[in-house]
Design a protein around this ligand. Sequence first.
Ligand SMILES: NC(=O)c1ccc[n+]([C@@H]2O[C@H](COP(=O)([O-])OP(=O)(O)OC[C@H]3O[C@@H](n4cnc5c(N)ncnc54)[C@H](OP(=O)(O)O)[C@@H]3O)[C@@H](O)[C@H]2O)c1
Length: 284
Amino acid sequence: MKKIIVLGKGGQLASELELLKFNDQNWCFLSINQLDICDKDAVSRYFKNNLYDIVINCAAYTAVDKAEEEIEACYNVNLKGIENLLEAIELNNARLIHISTDYVFDGQKSTPYNEKDSASPNGVYGKSKLAGEKVICDSKVKSIVIRTSWLYSNYGHNFVKTMLKIGKERENIGVVADQFGSPTFAYDLAKTIIKIVEDKKYTWSIGDVFHYSNEGSCTWHEFALEIFKISNIDVNVKKLTTDEFPTKAVRPKYSLLDKSKIKDVFGIDFHHWNNSLKKMLEKE
Ligand SMILES: NC(=O)c1ccc[n+]([C@@H]2O[C@H](COP(=O)([O-])OP(=O)(O)OC[C@H]3O[C@@H](n4cnc5c(N)ncnc54)[C@H](OP(=O)(O)O)[C@@H]3O)[C@@H](O)[C@H]2O)c1
């Protein structure tokens, strides 16, 4: 039986993992109050006293716009927090599964990004996540980095929840229609992570990067239309350009991820974003 620790309990992805942990592994979920990954001494102490086989890091600073002003706070979690974990994990001889983002890409491509495409983030959040990936790849820890995109879940804060709220409050809203990506239901990603944890054939190496999202692509505008259609919410959704909806952080115009590698290595089946959205909304 493997001992697995999940950091970032209470976040979208960790919440889905916690509900799914149906297998016979020994799971431990820790919130920031139980272990702050920025606290080097606490991390080192914790891992000295507790042995794990796999560390799944779902903890992150994820406030993309706020990060433009809170640069230090963002790097503290997304880079220094990872350095603290790596040191402790190396001494523990454990393995790491770390989650990263499509925002490591600048969005200038028009075909799906694969793991070998060069990363060039637009904003502080993306830069901090890429810095986190780099220390993982430069460490001695056997690890998997999963980049995902447009994550949503029934738990925590996300675009779907925001649309449901404002769609019920307003008659007219505007949503950006010139940024393309793929929504990812955190439940599907959690199932994929469990499949990876249980895989017996995979040979772990240092910093093996994979891309994962749901199948298909859309704009935020199309995503919003589908949310309202499935939820029977009557609201006018105007198409906006990125220039008409300025945000502090620049988002990639196109961030579709090529998922061939994770499919080939782990035999992952993908659900279309549309079907996964229906599944999520049934639970709302
Ligand atoms: N959300 C997206 O659209 C998206 C897209 C692509 C990739 N990702 C990546 O996917 C992963 C999971 O994202 P998510 O949406 O599940 O994130 P989330 O809902 O924002 O959850 C992140 C969790 O990390 C915790 N945390 C923050 N600082 C911490 C610290 N110093 N020590 C320990 N825990 C800390 C947070 O606790 P508090 O809430 O108490 O601060 C929160 O529970 C992240 O790596 C993220 O970068 C997310």
